[in-house]
Design a protein around this ligand. Structure first.
Ligand code: SF4
Length: 427
């Protein structure tokens, strides 16, 4: 390879968690560049663009660097930089193969710069390494930059002057620079050595793009499937335990983990002995099975809406009026512009009537209703009465963990409904 190994912020940050991952990313650089974005990535990107646009509005007169590729962006940045532009958006820089684009770069009177990284998140601690890498590049290019993070202020409303809080992170970045410096050096040495580094496996591996490559041929009931395994997975991996069947007897396991392993060994599914009793307790006909869909938008558009406030836009309700009655289904979808909350709540209140048990899958529906009660004072007491009728049937109630095919499942809302109705019929 001619010249320094090209790196980007993602690789340098991922190397902090796993050096092997950084190595594999560099190896597959071309592949990952061409890989398609997932729907979730696209939504994140759209969201980030929307927030970036909003942030720029706070810096009038800034010049946006636009180019077809990174090389052209570097040239356009240099031209704008040399001509004394005060505010640049998306200015491109690279030092020894490490590239970046600065969200906002503002020239100060002393000719130093404020480097402002815009994030659609709310916790600045998540972005310190990101901005430290940018400062590392700029410092090496001889540009003095004071780092700031511009994150969403969750207390903002449409009436607020700004949607953001700007956080001075000079001290944190100063402390991180030596770590970034040595990490870049280590990645480069590792890539030049041309040998995939050996690293300890951890529970994070299961979410990694290279899970299959790093851990090929895992048994069906591998250790990563341990129910709510958490740190226990790390410690089992450290001991070289890869299958659930081979977990040593002296390892302490939770009740559900023990049941999971017991079913693997016996090959028979397990069902809680008092499941029916728990299901029966405290619920009365008619049953209303509720399910909500909602969005969390970083940019508020309606009065009383804060960034990332739960904005429910769809509900679905299956109603069973008696043990042998057919299911009825009702639904609502906000299919027009405007604040969805009032129409959502009014239509829902009409559907769930004034008596009967309301069964919700998790705490999400209840939390959403409580938020709605706060946002809609006129409906507050009615919504609160509805909250009081809600029963949660997910894991917290201990009723729905079914061990099937030797894996612990918490049933989805729809499969639970199907199963619950079968079960009720036989109660
Ligand atoms: S699977 Fe684990 S060890 Fe392999 S690259 Fe990913 S995080 Fe690193």
């Amino acid at each position: 390879m001619d010249g320094p190994v090209p790196l980007n912020k993602r690789i340098i940050q991922e190397a902090g968690a796993c050096m092997r991952l950084a190595y594999l990313r560099v190896r597959d650089r071309e592949k990952s560049r061409d890989s398609e974005l997932s729907a979730a990535d696209e939504i994140r990107l759209m969201c980030g663009n929307k927030v970036g646009q909003k942030a720029r509005e706070q810096f009038p007169g800034g010049k946006l660097i636009q180019a077809d590729n990174f090389a052209q962006a570097l040239l356009a940045t240099k031209t704008a930089f040399d001509s004394g532009e005060v505010i640049l958006f998306e200015a491109a820089f690279a030092f020894e193969g490490v590239a970046m684009k600065a969200d906002i770069l503002r020239r100060r009177k002393d000719n130093d710069f404020d480097l402002i990284e815009v994030k659609s998140g709310t916790d600045p601690n998540n972005y310190l390494e990101d901005i430290a890498i940018q400062v590392w590049i700029l410092n090496n290019l001889g540009i003095k930059a004071r780092p700031y993070l511009m994150v969403i202020d969750t207390s903002a409303t449409i009436k607020s002057k700004s949607l953001f809080q700007i956080i001075d992170c000079r001290r944190e970045v100063r402390e991180l620079i030596p770590e970034i410096d040595s990490r870049i050096e280590t990645i480069r040495a590792m890539v030049l050595a041309g040998k995939i580094p050996e690293v300890p496996f951890t529970r994070s591996c299961q979410d990694c793009d290279y899970f299959g490559e790093c851990l090929p041929g895992l048994p069906d009931h591998h250790v990563f499937t341990l129910y709510r395994g958490g740190k226990k997975i790390d410690s089992l991996l450290k001991r070289g335990v890869l299958s659930l069947e081979s977990i040593p007897a002296k390892i302490s396991l939770s009740d559900r983990q023990s049941i999971q392993i017991q079913t693997i060994k016996s090959g028979k599914p397990w069902r809680s002995a008092d499941l029916r009793r728990k299901l029966k307790a405290g619920i009365v006909y008619p049953f209303f099975f509720l399910d909500f869909e909602a969005v969390l938008d970083p940019i508020p558009e309606h009065p009383n809406q804060r960034p990332y406030e739960i904005m429910p836009f769809q509900w679905s309700c299956h109603v069973q009026r008696s043990a042998n009655s057919e299911l009825e289904h009702y639904e609502f979808l906000m299919d027009r512009a405007g604040d969805p909350r009032p129409v959502f709540a009014e239509s829902l209140l009409k559907c769930v009537e004034n008596s009967g048990s309301v069964l919700v899958y998790s705490s999400f529906e209840r939390t959403t209703l409580k938020k709605l009660a706060d946002a809609l004072p006129k409906l507050k007491s009615k919504i609160k009465r509805l909250v009081a009728r809600c029963s949660t049937y997910m894991l917290s109630s201990g009723t729905t963990t079914i061990i099937r095919n030797s894996k612990a499942h918490s049933l989805s809302s729809k499969s639970f409904l199907r199963w619950f109705l079968n079960c009720r019929m036989r109660i």
